[in-house]
Design a protein around this ligand. Structure first.
Ligand SMILES: Cc1cc2nc3c(=O)[nH]c(=O)nc-3n(C[C@H](O)[C@H](O)[C@H](O)COP(=O)(O)OP(=O)(O)OC[C@H]3O[C@@H](n4cnc5c(N)ncnc54)[C@H](O)[C@@H]3O)c2cc1C
Length: 663
């Protein structure tokens, strides 16, 4: 290790000890300390288990929720909500084939609806003031005066809650972890899972890690482990120039390590063939330009001449007042704001006129467009630029504080939207920039992930999962709920089983793998390697796919692994972490190509287009395809779309939840 140590000293502020071993033992090991991981660790610790949580960043702020949350989904059990679990299940059933949204899996959907409000109350117990306790919004349409809860999007059904102190939610979780005595391991990149006897497909009995500052090695022994490292990112597009807010919408530490390590351990995955268009890194900071979606819902939009763009309901009826944008249309029990294409009309919320692109082409509206905050009712204006932009992830400092300090005044100023070709202009959701067709990314929060059961257990014994690492993932509230649930289940299991002896050869193999780049003297840097991997994914696994091209992509990924992959050098622990992330992305790329080859049909919600199988959503392909690796071979399987209600499970959501929830 000495030579490597020498190389590591170049301008590196921390003492480097590559290979030095640290051994930790826990009942429940939580891998990833984002939203899901923190809730999992807290709930496991509350059952009396000895818990350790490991994160690549600092748990106090890490993860996509680390910079904030402005709205809390599906808080059905809040005292003002008019929607029942059965109403939500009707909505869920109206969505068959919607594989990728947070409404894509019956198990996580049920857990979200059952526990969302409780999870928010947990946060209140940890000091997060989500209500309008300061009476800032008295008289607002969206405020309930008795409970002081403030709602978003649909003011009648009152399902979604605005979170007044969302920007500091992670520090509150961190404090609670400490209070409960959870052992926190910051800045440790988990690199692999350890299995019984070191055998793929066997019970998971721990994990290995690398300190991102010192390069030291960690061996975590655990009776049960929980995957909470979110979903892969940066698989198709890589830029060495654009950093900061733009580098990735999600936390840039989330690259798919959890997927790669579970894959190598033999866990099954689904939906890995799904992806969506991407702006690459060439976008404006999220919510930093004028728009009308999500955080900015339902801001009035005007064109360059000040002409207002009308809002319409599901039937195309023009809405006359701002207030109607926040209410279900006639005949609807509730609405989904900014409904994605395919949302059944019974649930589709209002949109800006859908034929806006044609009207721009005809000259009826002139770009650029602007978010017209000054024309919004005062409470709505302050809710958007204040309550929401002030607490949404990644907007508090770069948008809210920087714009305000620069003199932006929502009472007087309009904020310009992106200028885009007419057919790219938003018809409801933000004016997202989209790059060329070969630029893709995994689905936002709800992409492919591990297969799981009603215990949130993966297909491997001893391995549970939560948050966006689950297939169909979810959102902040979903991560909190599945985290709590997985924490309980993992703890229940851990308290019944014995700790296993770690297979030393598995540890040694992993040490050889991860330290190889620091032992090389000459070679290429991780950036070249990463750029090459992304180029392969763009060229051979872009928007339109066919078998031959995908197979060529697989060949090139294998080739780059054997050639450039053996030449990458790392001069310090930072380089080493980035290099290991390249190997992760390469593995994830192969998983995506394997899954893409397996689905021999096009699929709408997976945004999956096979040129050689152009028929979209043929009934025989309305199923989850699963993939797993077995001694280097990809095994393809399938699961019916409603596997969660089929034997061995009970036929209803309620029975399954009550039997498994562990409460
Ligand atoms: C800008 C933005 C705004 C959002 N706003 C909202 C909102 O208002 N409402 C809402 O419902 N949802 C929102 N979301 C989505 C929400 O933040 C995510 O759904 C949620 O964070 C998912 O939780 P998670 O724990 O699965 O992932 P994360 O919170 O991202 O946590 C994953 C953790 O895994 C760690 N990790 C990754 N790899 C490793 C490794 N190898 N070793 C150790 N640790 C590792 C990361 O450091 C990270 O801390 C937003 C997301 C973004 C990006």
């Amino acid at each position: 290790m000495n030579e490597a140590k020498l190389m590591a000293t170049e301008q590196w502020p921390y003492e480097v000890n590559y290979g030095k071993e640290n051994e930790i033992s826990a009942d429940v090991l939580v891998l990833g300390g984002g939203v899901a991981g923190c809730h999992a660790a807290i709930s496991a610790a509350k059952t009396g288990a000895k818990v350790a949580i490991v994160d690549k960043g600092p748990v106090i702020r890490s993860g996509s929720g680390g910079a904030g949350v402005d709205h809390w989904h599906c808080a059905l059990k809040n005292p003002c909500c008019t929607i029942t679990m059965d109403d939500m299940l009707d909505f869920f059933k109206a969505h068959p084939g919607n594989f990728t949204s947070e409404y894509g899996n019956g198990i996580t959907f049920t857990i979200l609806c059952q526990e969302s409000y409780e999870a928010l109350l947990d946060m209140e117990g940890m000091g997060i003031k989500f209500r309008d306790e300061e009476d800032e919004f008295v008289g607002a349409d969206f405020r309930d005066d008795k409970t002081k809860i403030m709602f978003a999007y649909d003011y009648e059904s009152k399902i979604t809650i605005r979170v007044r102190q969302g920007a500091v939610i992670k520090p509150a979780l961190h404090k609670e972890l400490k209070r409960l005595g959870v052992a926190i391991y910051d800045r440790i990149m988990v690199t692999s899972l350890l299995t019984k006897g070191g055998i793929q497909g066997e019970r998971v009995i721990g994990a290995t890690g690398l300190n991102t500052r010192t390069g030291e090695f960690y061996i975590f022994k655990a009776k049960a482990s929980i995957l909470a490292m979110a979903q892969p990112k940066g698989i198709w597009v890589f830029s060495t120039e654009l950093i900061g807010s733009n580098m990735s919408h999600d936390d840039p530490n989330c690259v798919g390590d959890g997927h790669a390590m579970a894959w190598h351990a033999g866990a099954a995955f689904t939906n890995m063939e799904g992806s969506m268009p991407s702006s690459g890194t060439f976008r404006y900071p999220a919510y930093g330009t004028g728009n009308s979606g999500n955080t900015w819902y339902a801001c009035t939009i005007v064109d360059a001449n000040g002409k207002e763009v009308p809002w319409v309901d599901k039937d195309g009826r023009v809405l006359k007042s701002v207030s109607e944008r926040y209410r279900p249309a006639k005949g609807q029990k509730f609405h989904i704001h900014n409904p994605p294409p395919g949302t059944p009309p019974e649930y589709a919320g209002p949109l800006l006129i859908p034929d806006l692109p044609e009207r721009i082409k005809k000259g009826e509206f002139v770009q650029p467009f602007y978010a017209d905050l000054p024309s919004m009712p005062e409470h709505e204006r302050r809710a958007i630029f204040g309550l929401m932009v002030g607490n949404e992830g990644k907007t508090r400092i770069p948008i809210y504080e920087v714009y305000t300090q620069a003199g932006f005044d929502p009472d007087k100023d309009l904020l310009q939207s992106n200028v885009l070709p007419p057919d790219r202009c938003g018809t409801g959701s933000p004016w997202n920039s989209i790059g060329p067709p070969q630029w893709r990314e995994t689905m936002f929060v709800s992409g492919g992930g591990v297969v799981f059961d009603w215990d949130l257990r993966t297909t491997l014994e001893g391995l549970y999962a939560a948050g966006n690492q689950l297939a169909c993932g979810g959102n902040h509230a979903g991560a909190a709920c599945t985290g709590r649930y997985a924490g309980r289940k993992a703890s229940e299991y851990a308290l019944e089983v014995e700790e296993q002896v770690i297979e030393r050869t598995q540890v040694d193999r992993e040490k050889d793998r991860i330290y190889a780049p620091v032992k090389r003297k000459n070679g290429i840097g991780w950036k070249e390697f990463q750029a090459g991997i992304c180029r392969i994914m763009q060229d051979y696994c872009g928007e339109y796919k066919d078998a031959e091209t995908l197979q060529m992509g697989m060949k090139w990924l294998n080739s780059i692994r054997e050639s450039e992959g053996e030449k990458v050098i790392a001069k310090n622990p930072h380089d080493l972490v980035r290099t290991l992330e390249c190997y992760t992305r390469l593995t994830v790329g192969k998983m995506i190509i394997n899954a893409s080859l397996a689905r021999k049909a096009s699929h709408r919600s997976l945004d999956f287009k096979r040129l050689d199988y152009p028929e979209t959503n043929p009934p025989e392909w309305e199923k989850f395809l699963t993939i797993r690796t077995d001694k280097g071979e990809c095994k393809v399987g399938e699961l019916p779309y409603n596997y969660w209600l089929l034997p061995p499970y009970a036929p209803t959501y309620k029975e399954n939840y009550e039997k498994h929830c562990g409460l």
